[in-house]
Design a protein around this ligand. Structure first.
Ligand code: AHR
Length: 816
């Protein structure tokens, strides 16, 4: 009672103080809205009480950015006009999406903080702003921070400015937490002594959590597939590279040719009567030596066998050799081509020595056409032909992922409508697959296609989670869509798949479910799967629709059509929707609203954030509404300022995942992203695993994922961690999670210590009344370490014992 009165009194005093300070403020002031003259940087605001001296708002940050078009040259905003609704109920901003372009953008906001999805129209006359009653804004030129700015000015109540000033404070505070780094811990925790904590674990009211929480996200980025996981050693085996993949690429790219008289000569590329219409280019070879150095050289292991295959027609003898970087022949076999029609020829080459940077040489004597020249190690993952690189697939399997998401990421929804990943073009005989430009700047053979993805999932006991475009390509698309030359519809996802083509697109998605699950004899696509060597179904349970798309009318219309059709045809399939690329903002808000309206069971959240964000947002899911869709945290990673893959990043993910696991009743799936990156071919950092042709490098984050993945639980055991400190910065750096795997009965206690000092945790676990030997897995080191591995040992655990957590560590106790 006393407390309540005191609270009310203090609140009244605070209101009084606020009113007193407001009493000195004008009723109305001027608000100036502008954008930078180059159009980049979004809408900015300044205010003035006297119309002469101007003060920036939000420290000159933007309050809304243009989402229109590709990154780089676009996302621009010219001549923005910000106006308040006549009844004071909200705001409207209109702008031109490009300088001198007639296309107009429209967005509205109730409070200048949260903004509606943007609408783009062909010119000012068609803007939705025309149907609203708006207060006036006048063109003006002001001096701000020594620079003249052109924009629009309007009169607003001072309360609007006061609110934005508070908002600025909140942003500053948030940013100061988010930017915290361990390199400053010697100052932040200068006088910190070892810390004590108690973890009280009680089995009462244990709750069921998702048994599929930890999975992997596979996308062909950073040469993850072609040149990476896909074991093909020949680059451009199908002679289908083209300038649309990369401006200086062409059908002969990756190949060199010599003749008896010339050191280098051009390859003759032809297209008439090809091996398959989807694969139109091939080589015409007469007395020529062709050479292919693979993806940055071919790596060979002494004594290993390599399967060579090629399609040819004509009359020739082809001597196929594996040759090291000095020209030494390490294996050689001859093939006799004698056929007027295309025919497949194959042989096995055994490498006499190990080599890096080797190449495949084809010495053609006679005349023949050649296509689909392929070289695979015989020793692929699970020995599959057209298989996966064994070392890479093995480290993926060792993560024990419960699901695999594929084929992306942005690769799934594509750069423009024509680049949407069409799954049908990625199955069937290799020569019939449709190669596809990779929006990460290279070429997808799609030899690793949907069938192989499904097969890999089965091989490692993971659930397949294919993600298909929601009828819209990436909102950052740089390529014009087909059928359009209009600025509004030719960039970005605003075009979408034309509505008259949506039936066909929806059918493709339904056919995918049939390919995965349909009967091998009675269904058309089930038969195709059987023809590809897999009569048994692949047991597809999830389908993702959309990838962090902008949630616009174009998106919503198409998504709803697809989702309705899938629900109707396959009510048991769990649809995964999408809510934009950030943990907040317009797409996140509208995405959630829309998915909830649509009754979508799971939505895919993405966020790449700083370690400080992860440390300070451990409670992110604690208050998620359990009646709404579940969450698939489909892409996340801790981004250091230099994007290093170090222990600091990994520990911030580890402590964040304690919160995810605690909320495993609402977070159903999660996957760190991206997964793989080839050294020197990396477009995006950080990644979970780096590799080159010879080796694989695992990051600290890999081990964090592995600790969660290989020792997961399906029950969350209530636990209360009390850290003996009054300092919130200390408290938020010690985290715990306790889960149980009901099939094995094992209890897993995870403890994260992100402090520069040891933390001793007393374990109060009444269930373990008698001492047991627990397996201990501990990842620790210096925050900047990139090459560390967890150390495994055993430790005796009993109710009331204390365990010591080293500084900067993540420890798992597995108690069988
Ligand atoms: O993971 C890399 C990229 O990040 C994905 O392709 C995309 O979905 C996200 O923006």
């Amino acid at each position: 009672m006393k407390i309540t009165r005191r609270l009310i009194a203090s609140q009244l005093m605070a209101i009084g103080a606020a009113l007193a300070s407001w009493a000195n403020q004008p009723d109305s002031v001027s608000l100036f809205a502008y954008s930078n003259s180059d159009g980049h940087g979004g809408l900015k605001l300044a205010w003035s009480a006297n119309g002469k001296s101007w003060h920036p708002l939000l420290d000159s940050r933007s309050i809304v950015n243009s989402d229109f078009g590709p990154w780089g040259s676009m996302k621009t905003m010219f001549s923005p006009v910000l106006r308040q609704q006549a009844d004071g109920s909200g705001w409207v901003c209109t702008w031109q999406v490009a300088d001198g372009d007639s296309a107009t953008a429209f967005a509205s906001s109730a409070d200048l903080k949260k903004w509606s999805p943007q609408i783009y129209t062909s010119g000012p006359s068609t803007s939705p702003a025309n149907s609203l009653s708006l207060r006036k804004a006048f063109p003006a030129e002001i001096l701000l921070g020594g620079k003249t700015r052109k924009g629009y000015v309007s009169k607003v109540a001072y309360s609007t400015i006061a609110d934005l000033l508070d908002h600025t404070d909140a942003i500053r505070h948030r940013e100061s937490l988010n930017s915290q780094l361990m390199k400053d811990d010697h100052l932040r925790f200068a006088s910190l002594k070892p810390v004590e904590a108690t973890l009280s674990v009680s089995d009462d009211s244990a709750k069921a959590i998702s048994p599929n929480l930890i999975g992997i996200f596979f996308e062909d980025i950073n040469y993850s597939a072609d040149g990476g996981l896909y074991a093909e050693l020949v680059q451009n085996r199908d002679f289908e590279y083209s300038p649309s993949d990369r401006h200086n690429w062409h059908p002969a790219y990756g190949w060199t040719a010599t003749t008896a008289t010339r050191d280098t000569t051009d390859l003759t590329i032809a297209t008439s009567d090809p091996l398959h219409p989807n694969n139109p280019h091939y080589v015409q070879a007469t007395d020529i030596m062709l050479s292919n150095g693979g993806y940055d050289g071919i790596t060979l292991k002494a004594g290993d066998s390599y399967r060579l295959s090629l399609s040819a027609r004509g009359k020739a003898t082809i001597t196929a050799s594996l040759v090291d970087a000095d020209g030494k022949v390490l294996a050689s076999r001859s093939l006799k081509v004698s056929s007027g029609a295309w025919k497949k020829y194959a042989c096995t080459l055994k490498a006499a020595e190990s080599a890096s940077g080797a190449s495949l040489r084809l010495d053609v004597k006679g005349t023949c056409d050649l296509d689909m020249v392929s070289l695979f190690p015989a020793d692929t993952f699970r020995g599959r032909e057209n298989g996966l690189r064994k070392d890479l697939a093995t480290v993926l399997a060792d993560l024990k992922p419960k699901f695999v998401r594929f084929p992306g990421g942005c690769v799934a929804h594509g750069d423009g409508v024509d680049n949407i990943y069409d799954w049908k073009g990625s199955v069937g005989p290799l020569e019939s697959r449709r190669p596809l430009r990779n929006l990460w700047g290279y070429h997808q053979t799609r030899g690793l296609g949907y069938h192989e993805y499904f097969q890999f999932c089965e091989d490692i006991g993971a659930t397949p989670l294919p993600v298909l475009a929601a009828g819209v390509p990436c909102q950052n698309s740089g390529r014009p869509a087909h059928h359009s030359h209009d600025a509004v519809t030719s960039y970005g996802q605003q075009c979408g798949i034309p509505m008259e083509e949506m039936d066909e697109y929806v059918q493709d998605i339904l056919d995918l479910v049939e390919y995965a699950n349909g009967d091998a004899r009675t269904s058309k696509w089930g038969r195709e799967r059987a023809k590809a060597g897999h009569p048994a179904p692949f047991n597809l349970k999830y389908i993702g629709i959309g990838n962090e798309d902008m949630i616009t009318e174009v998106f919503e219309e198409r998504f709803a059509i697809i989702a309705d059709a899938v629900k109707k045809a396959y009510p048991d399939i769990r649809i995964v929707g999408t809510v934009g690329p950030f943990y907040e903002g317009t797409d996140y808000d509208r995405g959630w609203e829309f998915a909830t309206e649509q009754g979508i069971p799971v939505v895919d959240e993405h966020y790449y954030v700083s370690p400080g964000w992860l440390i300070h947002n451990n409670d992110y899911y604690d208050n998620y509404d359990r009646s709404k869709p579940h969450v698939y945290l489909g892409e996340y990673a801790s981004h250091m300022p230099d994007r290093a893959s170090n222990l600091e990043a990994a520990l911030s993910n580890a402590i964040y995942l304690t919160g995810v696991e605690r909320n495993g009743d609402v977070v159903e799936l999660s996957s760190y992203a991206p997964l793989l990156a080839k050294k020197n071919r990396t477009q995006w950092r950080p990644d979970l695993i780096y590799f080159d042709n010879d080796s694989v490098t695992l990051t600290p984050d890999y081990y964090v994922q592995q600790m969660y993945g290989s020792h997961g639980g399906d029950m969350w055991i209530p636990n209360d961690l009390k850290v003996d400190s009054k300092d919130a910065e200390v408290k938020c750096r010690v985290g715990a999670s306790v889960v149980r795997d009901s099939s094995s009965g094992a209890t897993i206690v995870r403890l994260a210590n992100l402090l520069p000092v040891e933390t001793t945790v007393k374990l109060s676990i009444p269930r373990i009344a008698e001492a047991v030997t627990a397996r201990k897995i501990c990842l620790s080191g210096n925050p900047a370490d990139t090459a560390i591995v967890p150390v495994e040992s055993t430790e005796t655990i009993v109710d009331g014992c204390s365990v010591a957590l080293p500084p900067y560590s993540f420890t798992n106790y597995v108690i069988d």
